[in-house]
Ligand binder design. Structure first.
Ligand code: ADP
Length: 161
């Protein structure tokens, strides 16, 4: 069974990787689907975001995870790659309302499409890509939130290295 894990991943955090690792253990194939649009608000370009994920997947030794990108409706991407399962992570109640709405809309637009929610591990439940970037912008230590490689790339971007 093939599942889709969609997101912006700007950049990928240890919270995202925890979800990817857990689903790769439970499903035959995981497709990490990186959202193309709203690029102008992102710190990393699409190619950079994909490259960072690729490195993480390699470092975690995950063999059944691939990375793709999509633009527009997620359900069209799901149809294209032949998967009817979307996985999303839930960190807090604040994620829930939005996620529930999107899940309903997606299942209306594509009959039979299921959204599976994985509850974030407690130690990652407060991590978001935007908070990591904010901490980094004040030169705070982000090593517990992202990998060494990702931390380095964030600092390069922010310092202009
Ligand atoms: P989006 O822009 O679609 O919210 P993100 O890249 O922020 O995309 O997140 C992708 C998915 O990963 C979402 O389902 C989000 O809830 C989940 N996620 C984000 N951060 C964490 C975390 N720290 N722990 C678990 N899941 C997370």
């Amino acid at each position: 069974m093939k599942v889709i894990y969609p997101g912006s991943f700007d950049p990928i955090t240890k919270g995202h990787m925890d979800i990817i690792e857990r689903i790769s253990d439970k499903f035959d194939e995981v497709v990490v689907a990186v959202l193309v649009n709203s690029e102008k608000n992102n710190l990393f370009t699409l190619e950079e975001r994909k490259q960072l994920i690729k490195q993480e997947i390699k470092d975690y030794g995950l063999k059944n995870v691939t990375i793709e990108s999509f633009d527009g409706l997620l359900i069209e991407f799901a149809k294209k790659i032949g998967s009817k399962i979307i996985v999303r992570g839930l960190r807090a109640i604040s994620d829930y309302e939005y996620e529930l709405q999107i899940a309903h809309i997606n299942s209306k637009l594509y009959e039979g499409l299921e959204t599976i929610f994985l509850v974030s591990k407690a130690e990652y439940s407060y991590i978001s890509s935007s908070v990591v970037k904010e901490v980094a912008s004040y030169k705070g230590d982000i090593s517990t939130f992202v990998s060494e490689n990702v931390a380095e790339k964030i600092m390069d971007k922010l310092i202009g290295g």
